[in-house]
Ligand binder design. Sequence first.
Ligand code: PEP
Length: 248
Amino acid sequence: MSRRKIIAGNWKMNMTPSQAVKLVDELKDLVVNDAVDVVYCVPAIDIVPVVEAVKGTNVKVGAENMYFEDKGAYTGEISAEMLKDAGVEYVIIGHSERRDYFKECDCVLNKKVKKAIESGLTPILCCGESLEQREMGVTMDWIRLQIKSDLKDVAADDVKNMVIAYEPIWAIGTGKTATTEQAEEVCKGIRDCIAEIYDVATAEAVRIQYGGSVNAGNAAELFAQPDIDGGLVGGASLKADFGKIVNY
Ligand code: PEP
């Protein structure tokens, strides 16, 4: 089955609203590629100006996080409905930085995935192992656990439309990319896990990205792998290099 590639930038906590609009403008002509989906996942405060700035381009906007409740006394949080209403189409859920610094556990992430889907947002669900886990040889056991918990009670048809990002923690922001073989092995393992939980059709449909120090030099080889359907890109999404990655 041929899946459409999806290349998403994760801006993290970078870019003020005015810097964000400037960056979108600078990248505008570089990120044109009708053969792939291009997404900018931006800080909450940048969503409204970035949605406006990408109008008329091929770029879609994503959020970096959301809360699972509909509304109410949750100071500082942002709901799926708010994101949707602002023009957001994707939302990163369970990035390792949120799991680590903000102690987001799988049961919370499962609620977020379900709420995102119910609200018409496409989740980009992140999973990945630490260096210690890789060295202990438990990478796939750990990732299976994350996938099974985060997708608990999520219907097969919804999984088909979502995105899973495999991001080895040791490769994020370190300049240390997983080898093509390591990245493909785990992305295939994730697909096998989806086939096991659901069925082969669901596994063949779900898009699985690799993330972790993707750059203009390694994107083509990574994205050529049969089970890697694009990338989640941190640091390199904030520079002209992102255009090269999109047009790998
Ligand atoms: C990320 O933040 O999801 C990421 C993969 O970062 P980087 O590309 O900088 O490693």
